[in-house]
Design a protein around this ligand. Structure first.
Ligand SMILES: Cc1ncc(COP(=O)(O)O)c(C=O)c1O
Length: 452
């Protein structure tokens, strides 16, 4: 497989692969070709077995520090119901951000009491449903608290977390600053308040541990204020943002150091990338957070001493390795100056990092339609979708293919479950929506594939 990855030129960034998925790619690439022939290009395949493995590693990291915990799968990262079912089967609760996600989670037999509703502007029907099923609601504003109170008449008290806006995110539109949190606490403490207060919630963009540690110290102060109002706190939910390691960290650091404008067909290196070669795994991130200082001890010690449960809402990191996306090559075209373009059937709406002015810094794997007789000139090329939009580019990076891709070959993007496959998908040019298949382990240690 190694020789089929882009070589030299733009620094190579081979994907880390789940061993069972790697076996399928290596041993039966013809199977993947047959699936694309049957279901069309692009084709997304989800691999739910990866979810259970990841949950287990997160659990171990949490249990090692002796804290009570709850894991809510951030179901927004992928539309697959099979992945929601896999998370429920692995014992997680679900973080839902819409009525549709909530219904999906309930259909997947999630315990309604272990749903946590996040997102900034929940609709009334969503709030009503959450109250009716007894889900936890992370309240984003005082206005939302009022709305939620209005939904409690039939459903009993609403279970509330208050979403705090940490100092490091002072300009964010999400959550409440200290002043609004204090006002919310006063409202929750009223005798006739139709609420059951359970604790605090936050979510920060970025993937560093330090900003969460700082936020935790701020939340500890709010816990004291709540307790002073006789509002016992049960849970602190620090949201998502746990890292994913797509490529080897050293390879990634080297590639970042070596890459330059000449490696991009735009002549520009994007300003920002997701940290694809994270130095920390998600489990190490959890351990680092829990061992960080807090009130003279560690965060784990603080949580234990206060009888607090820690919740996390991993989205991207929970579906690490849980999908691949396959694109069929339609043609290649030389563009002069030693560069070309590989057109694929499908569009960058299905592999959308370039729409966020960034790049998916993970190399695709070329699966030739006919591996024999592949000697021939190489190709330095970027990858574009088949649409007429100039911006329909899957990767602006100029990849060095040892031998040029040919029509009918497949480009396999690994590890696409987290926001990389179905976030912007649509039927532009009336091209059908990409099919999504579920790979289920079979008795012979292989997989069977069916529609999601
Ligand atoms: C409130 C909340 N929780 C969890 C997540 C999941 O984050 P990630 O996919 O980075 O783990 C998000 C993502 O935007 C979020 O807004």
């Amino acid at each position: 497989m190694g020789t089929l990855l882009p070589q030299a030129g733009a620094p190579a960034l081979p994907p880390l692969l789940d061993p069972r998925i790697a076996r399928v790619i290596r041993a039966t690439p013809d199977r993947l070709h047959a699936l694309v022939a049957e279901h069309g290009s692009p084709l997304n395949i989800v691999w739910p077995h990866a979810v259970a493995d990841t949950v287990e590693r997160m659990r171990e990291a949490l249990a090692t520090e002796g804290v009570d915990y709850e894991i809510f799968y951030g179901a927004k990262v992928n539309k697959s119901r099979a992945l929601v079912r896999a998370a429920v089967a692995a014992g997680t609760g679900i973080d839902v951000s819409s009525l549709a996600e909530c219904e999906d989670a309930l259909r997947a037999s999630a315990d309604p009491a272990r749903l946590c509703a996040t997102g900034p502007a929940k609709t009334r029907p969503f709030l009503r449903r959450l109250v009716a099923v007894g889900a936890l609601v992370a309240v984003d504003s005082l206005e939302e608290l009022d709305d939620l109170g209005g939904c409690t008449r039939e459903g009993g008290p609403a279970r509330v977390l208050l979403r705090y806006r940490p100092d490091s995110a002072a300009r964010s539109r999400f959550g409440m600053g200290r002043g609004a949190i204090r006002e919310a606490l006063r409202r929750l403490a009223r005798e006739d308040a139709p609420f059951a207060f359970e604790g605090f919630h936050l979510h920060l963009s970025g993937y560093d541990v330090e900003s969460r540690v700082a936020a935790m110290a701020e939340v500890a102060g709010l816990v004291d204020e709540a307790v002073a109002l006789r509002l016992p706190v049960r849970l602190i939910d620090i949201g998502g943002g746990l890292p994913v390691r797509y490529v080897d960290p050293d390879t990634y650091a080297n590639a970042l150091a070596r890459q330059g404008p000449e490696h991009y067909q735009t002549g520009r290196v994007p300003a920002e990338f997701y940290p694809y070669g994270s130095p920390l795994t998600a489990a190490e991130w959890i351990a680092g957070f829990l061992r960080a200082p807090c009130r003279g001890g560690t965060i784990a010690g603080y949580l234990r001493s206060m009888g607090l449960r820690l919740a996390i809402e991993p989205g991207r990191s929970l579906v690490d390795q849980a999908a691949i996306s396959l694109f069929r090559v339609t043609r290649t075209k030389p563009l002069g100056e030693g560069r070309g373009v590989v057109f694929v059937e499908g569009s960058s709406f299905s592999a959308c990092e370039t729409w966020f002015a960034s790049e998916f810094l993970v190399d695709p794997i070329l699966l030739p339609a006919a591996p024999e007789g592949r000697e021939g000139p190489g190709l330095r090329a970027f990858i574009a979708g088949h649409s007429c939009l100039d911006g329909d580019v899957i990767t602006h990076r100029l990849l060095e293919f040892g031998t040029a891709p040919r029509p009918g070959d497949l480009l396999l993007h690994a590890n696409t479950a987290g926001y990389q496959m179905d976030l912007l998908e649509n039927e532009f040019h009336r091209h059908p929506m990409p099919a999504r298949l579920v790979a289920t382990p079979s008795s012979d240690a292989g997989f069977v594939f069916a529609r999601d």
